[in-house]
Design a binder for this molecule. Structure first.
Ligand SMILES: [Zn+2]
Length: 465
């Protein structure tokens, strides 16, 4: 006998109920989420930078039979192709059975993360220590980057064009690097600075050595000793820093967080968590109706400029190359395209609850977060998806039992942000943001929930179906 009151019945019928995945998902489903995240942790360990993410992505694509795009070839349903842009961004596609002029299903995320780049003239010596000058990249809270282990990644182009790969600080036994900070005993003046000013850009100097070169006559002997190590190891000289992409990232490995291992702590979840989930969803959907196009872009953290950012035409050119043999223009395809802009959102943090509006925040373990609009100060600079497209996305996720929620980035006028959605919308495509809620976003060690990561992957699968 059902003894629910009329009010309870009405509540069920009319009101929305947010659901915590840890409570409502079966043990089997949660075990699947945990297993999926093991693959993600492995990917992320080597995908800290955009170049690393491209390398790891290509490995997975090749395992699934993807080949490099030949722009002059006419691709048929089931064909799988990819195209790398300058080693820092990548597009790939699985050709669908429907004519390409009906549009593609696109998922676009970014593979760059906030970090510390070396300046073009970085190496110097002071007080018989060798240091590197840096210029931070993307939105960081500078005080978080001192006194933590850092690893160096990137490439150096030597005179004549030879490219040298650099990676130090990730493998056991390798040295790491650090930015020093003041001791509490002497930080009286520094403590008077505001938090934003607590560590300044020009104080983000990386300690790289301290042993002098044994020679009475040479000057800057510690700097010289480091230059010799770099020459012996990489064959590079000081002026080669002028043609280098060298970046410092936290040396932490992805790790489970919590007694219950329900979360993953790592550097670079934003936005590799969306890159990996969209990558796996796409490679596991081999015979789509609509052609899939997945874009893993660079430069989102600095506003998507440059040839490898989403402000560049490369991803539309990629679509155009697929459409051209059918006599279809790229703009026709883009105008009929549905796109998920895959990026993270700020999860509600009870310690800093006052910056969030509880009814419209996303919460960890409540699933993938759909963000209708981003922007700041009156939705400035946002895409703001149409009601029709929100309706389409909702039906698509609900049909597959995907756990999802909506989220806004903090309280109105508290701050704001943007994603690649705006860049995609410039090509007249329908687009909305979706991704994983993150705690401590843009910190050297960010936290996501395993359930949310898995549900975001399932959301992409539902969308690509
Ligand atoms: Zn992001």
């Amino acid at each position: 006998m059902d003894n629910k009151t009329q009010g309870q019945l009405l509540e069920e019928q009319l009101l929305m109920k947010k659901q915590n995945g840890a409570e409502i998902l079966s043990d089997e489903e949660i075990a699947k989420a945990d297993a999926f995240c093991e693959g993600y942790k492995k990917f992320l360990k080597y995908a800290k930078t955009e170049r690393g993410a491209v390398t790891e992505t290509v490995k997975i694509l090749k395992q699934h039979g993807y080949e490099e795009l030949d722009p002059d070839k006419k691709y048929e349903a089931g064909d799988k192709v990819y195209q790398i842009n300058r080693g820092k961004a990548i597009c790939f596609a699985t050709i669908g059975t429907r004519p390409i002029k009906e549009g593609v299903r696109m998922v676009a995320s970014h593979i760059d993360s906030p970090r510390l780049d070396l300046k073009p003239n970085p190496l110097y010596e002071e007080a018989e220590m060798a240091l590197f000058k840096t210029h931070y990249y993307g939105g960081i809270r500078k005080y978080q980057w001192t006194a933590i282990p850092l690893a160096l990644h990137g490439i150096v182009v030597k005179k004549g064009g030879e490219v040298v790969d650099v990676s130090i600080g990730e493998e056991p036994g390798e040295p790491i690097f650090v930015i020093t900070d003041l001791l509490p005993h002497l930080s009286q003046n520094q403590n008077q600075r505001t938090l934003a000013d607590g560590i300044r850009g020009e104080e983000l100097n990386i300690l790289i050595g301290s042993r002098a070169f044994k020679d009475d006559k040479a000057s800057s002997k510690v700097k010289l000793a480091i230059a010799k190590i770099l020459f012996d190891k990489y064959g590079m000289v000081e002026s080669d820093f002028q043609a280098a992409d060298l970046q410092y990232v936290p040396a932490f490995e992805p790790a489970d967080v919590g007694f219950d291992r329900s979360m993953i702590g790592a550097y670079g979840h934003d936005d590799k968590v969306c890159a990996y989930t969209s990558l796996m969803a796409a490679v596991e959907a081999p015979n789509p109706e609509y052609t899939h196009v997945t874009v893993l872009a660079d430069k989102e953290e600095v506003g998507s400029p440059g040839a490898t950012g989403m402000g560049s035409s490369y991803f539309v050119n990629f679509v155009s190359d697929l459409a051209k043999p059918y006599g279809v223009d790229g703009y026709t395809v883009m105008s009929n395209t549905k796109c998920l802009s895959a990026d993270v959102n700020a999860a509600f943090d009870p310690t800093f609850a006052d910056v969030y509006e509880r009814n419209n925040s996303c919460y960890i373990n409540y699933g993938a977060v759909v963000t209708k609009y981003t922007g700041a100060r009156g939705k400035n600079g946002c895409n703001d998806s149409t009601a029709e497209f929100m309706g389409f996305v909702r039906d698509c996720f609900d049909a597959e039992g995907v756990l999802w929620q909506t989220g806004e980035l903090g309280k109105v006028d508290q701050g704001g942000g943007g994603t690649v959605a705006v860049e995609v919308s410039k090509h007249n495509a329908d687009v909305v943001d979706i991704g994983v809620p993150v705690l401590s976003m843009h910190a050297p060690f960010e936290v996501v929930s395993k359930i949310d990561t898995y549900m975001t992957y399932r959301a992409f699968k539902a969308f690509l179906k």
